[in-house]
Ligand binder design. Sequence first.
Ligand SMILES: [Zn+2]
Length: 104
Amino acid sequence: MPKKSRRSRNTKPIEQIKIAKERIAILISEAEKVNEEKLSKRHVELAKRIGMRYNVRLPKAAKRKFCKYCNTRLITGWRTKKGMRYNVCKSCGRTIRFPFRKRL
Ligand SMILES: [Zn+2]
């Protein structure tokens, strides 16, 4: 019987995690391309859900492109203050912050 490769206890098989990552990447790139806000929101929602199920985080770039509260694409640019980047979501009005690094 072939031995199943597992990262550790209570995690999904590596192959499944790999597929999950691929699907997330596809969904995120679709969400960026699509013009319709509703559809883009839905893509991000699905990507997040897959990430939750398979214990996979969204790529860092994706976290900066979409509002983490309502999954809407962020249109406005980032502002920096005291080593943090700020962005305000157009649809829910909440502020999203990220620590600012000099070079990305
Ligand atoms: Zn929002």
